[in-house]
Design a protein around this ligand. Structure first.
Ligand SMILES: [Zn+2]
Length: 214
């Protein structure tokens, strides 16, 4: 055992002995038949946001891509390494998921950093560039909430950013075509770390509403 990772190794041991045994039939079937996930989940890399846990998903249910700030870069067919874009294309065109969820969350470090003056260095150059994908949300939130408490403004920025990322998703031809055909549905969510609840974006009222009514 590597003592640095002892907690993870113990956790894996417990997984093998209990959870894996319980789901063995399902895993076997997923190997034989391949994956057929219902949804693509685009979430933040934040360690406090666990897509499978907060949605009660099992192996095979969600195709997941996580990045800093749960951003979606607009379609940009250039020769480069576009990780999130390729995950979107694969999920939509190959796996043919029927739903895409962009899930933001409270106390998002990426969103908070939009309001900080961070100096670019060779050690953060990719991060600084990536955070540009939140600048529209920041602009709108700064105007709408300039007289409010900073936390209120940050929650709003996290939510409005999700809406901008949904717009960016529609710049992908594979996404746009399917949404227009009615075979693909886009969802914007915001997860509150502090109380474990999710709100969804209602595009008819332009509001975030509780996903589950207690
Ligand atoms: Zn985050």
């Amino acid at each position: 055992m590597d003592s640095r990772l002892e907690a993870f190794e113990k956790g894996h041991e417990a997984f093998q002995k209990i959870k894996f045994k319980q789901g063995q039939e399902r895993y076997k079937k997923l190997v034989e038949e391949g994956q057929n996930p219902k949804a693509l989940f685009i979430g933040c890399s934040d360690s406090r946001v666990m897509p499978a846990m907060i949605t009660g998903s099992k192996a095979g249910d969600l195709f997941i891509v996580r990045n800093i700030g749960n951003f979606v870069a607009p379609y940009n067919p250039t020769a480069n390494y576009h990780a999130t874009a390729s995950a979107i294309e694969y999920a939509v065109s190959v796996l043919e998921v029927s739903d895409v969820i962009v899930c933001g969350h409270s106390h998002c470090g990426a969103i908070a950093s939009l309001f900080k003056d961070i100096k670019q260095t060779p050690e953060n150059i990719h991060t600084i560039k990536w955070l540009e994908l939140g600048k529209e949300a920041k602009k709108v939130a700064s105007l709408a909430y300039k007289h409010d408490n900073k936390e209120i403004m940050l929650r709003y920025t996290e939510k409005i950013s999700v809406v901008y990322q949904l717009d960016n998703l529609l710049t992908y031809p594979a996404v746009k075509r399917r949404v227009e055909e009615g075979t693909l549905f886009l969802h914007g969510w915001h997860y509150f770390i502090e109380n474990g609840t999710i709100e969804y974006y209602d595009d008819e009222t332009y509001e975030f509403k509780a996903l589950v009514h207690k």
